[in-house]
Design a protein around this ligand. Structure first.
Ligand code: AMP
Length: 400
């Protein structure tokens, strides 16, 4: 199948060729004709499957005809990164259409967004919180809306956006086309889907199964040796861009700093950074200034770097879904990738769950020459008396 079969206008086709998209991905093959017909869609697909183009291309085609300078399509996504990424994609494929799109999210001054809205746009890509602010302050109205897209609905739910979404729905005309995309289908998302979609076409691609282009490995290691093992792996593995996941923001920041001190080109992306710093970190990773990005699950959502060769779970994810999302950042488009997961004794239960539910073989690997038996080193406090004030009864750890 080729993109020609969708009979998209030349203005759009030219840009698809420019992007070097030769064949539609499975979700594009299934979704584009249905969206072009104007039907609602319930899409089960994870990031990395080409779902952005699956809804953006038919939306652009639809908006070519009809009024300008009023908001006719709204795409709601959970993170600023995903909003920026989708907005940039629209700008590229919509370059010759004259259609304008605007990104709306919090953490930055509203002024530029308000100016953009006043000038008039046909497409808004937004995070729920800031979008709701604009709606409540009447700087944005959706009375001309024709298409509503909820992207990564399960993440929006995880991040507590469901109440905001329900409020936003009050501002949206009842007569509209609605497309809902989610990588997983928990009960809450099903309820939401039933309440907002009308006779939707169900389109399912790669549901919960990680992309086949990824090899999965487990690295058993004691907690205190994780950093040393990571350094060893980084030194001995031939790799392109590497994405490392930690459990907490603090661990992401501190691991990023440790890697830099050891001479690796790394940057940490975590929720405490200002929007500018987050964007700078992402751009630096995307353009190759940094080879390694250390991130938490939330911070990493929406990261779209096609060439990531390795995803390393420095801390094992808590759920099979999180594992699928993290590892799906590699092996994207037509590349192959490797997913490494560090496991400690306490993680064995979740490893069994992963193997059962994710449905992939997790191969155990060790690094020859690495001292897996090294004792934990406890650094002497450099500032004497730092712990003054601590309970006298507190158990003391002997410094080595
Ligand atoms: P997405 O799932 O929309 O985030 O897309 C994942 C990656 O696949 C992005 O880098 C897209 O540019 C790329 N991509 C999407 N559709 C195609 C296609 N038909 N051919 C080649 N690459 C694609």
């Amino acid at each position: 199948m080729s993109f020609k079969s969708f009979q998209l206008e030349n203005k759009i086709m030219k840009q698809i060729e420019e992007l070097n998209y030769i064949q539609p991905t499975p979700i594009q093959t299934k979704a584009i004709p249905v969206v072009l017909q104007g039907r609602d869609v319930m899409g089960l697909a994870q990031t990395g499957t080409g779902k952005t183009a699956a809804f953006v291309l038919p939306i652009l085609q639809r908006l070519l005809k009809g009024p300008r300078k009023v908001i006719r399509a709204l795409i709601i996504a959970p993170t600023r990164e995903l909003v920026e990424q989708t907005n940039s994609f629209i700008k590229i494929v919509g370059k010759n259409t004259g259609l304008k799109s605007l990104a709306v999210y919090g953490g930055v001054n509203s002024y530029q967004q308000i100016i953009g809205l006043k000038r008039g746009v046909e497409i808004v890509v937004a995070c729920p919180g800031r979008l709701l602010d604009h709606l409540q302050q009447k700087v944005l109205n959706l009375k001309n809306l024709e298409v509503l897209v909820l992207d990564e609905a399960d993440h929006m739910f995880d991040m507590g956006f469901l109440p905001d979404l329900k409020r936003i729905l009050h501002y949206v005309p009842a007569k509209r086309q609605t497309l809902l995309f989610s990588a997983t289908m928990p009960d809450t998302i099903q309820e939401l889907a039933y309440s907002i979609l009308k006779d939707p076409a169900l389109i399912e691609v790669n549901y919960t199964a990680p992309l086949k282009s990824i090899s999965h490995y487990l690295f058993p290691v004691e907690q205190h040796l994780k950093t040393a093992l990571l350094m060893e792996i980084l030194k001995t593995t031939e790799a392109g861009p590497i994405l490392i996941f930690t459990r907490t923001k603090h661990r992401a920041k501190s691991l990023g700093e440790k890697l830099n001190r050891k001479g690796f080109s790394a940057i940490a992306l975590q929720g405490n950074l200002s929007q500018n710093k987050r964007q700078a970190a992402l751009n630096g990773f995307r353009n190759g200034t940094f080879q390694i990005l250390v991130a938490t699950d939330i911070a990493a959502r929406g990261i779209d770097v096609t060439e990531i060769t390795h995803v390393i779970n420095f801390d094992i994810p808590d759920t099979p879904d999180a594992y699928t999302h993290r590892t799906g950042r590699t092996g994207r488009a037509k590349c192959t990738g490797e997913a490494f997961t560090f496991v400690c004794k306490d993680d064995l239960k979740i490893v069994h769950t992963l193997e059962r539910q994710v449905g992939v073989e997790l191969i155990c690997r060790t690094i020859s020459g690495f001292n897996y038996d090294a004792e934990q080193k406890i650094e002497r406090q450099s500032r004497p008396g730092r712990f003054r004030g601590y309970s006298r009864n507190r158990k003391r750890v002997k410094a080595s």
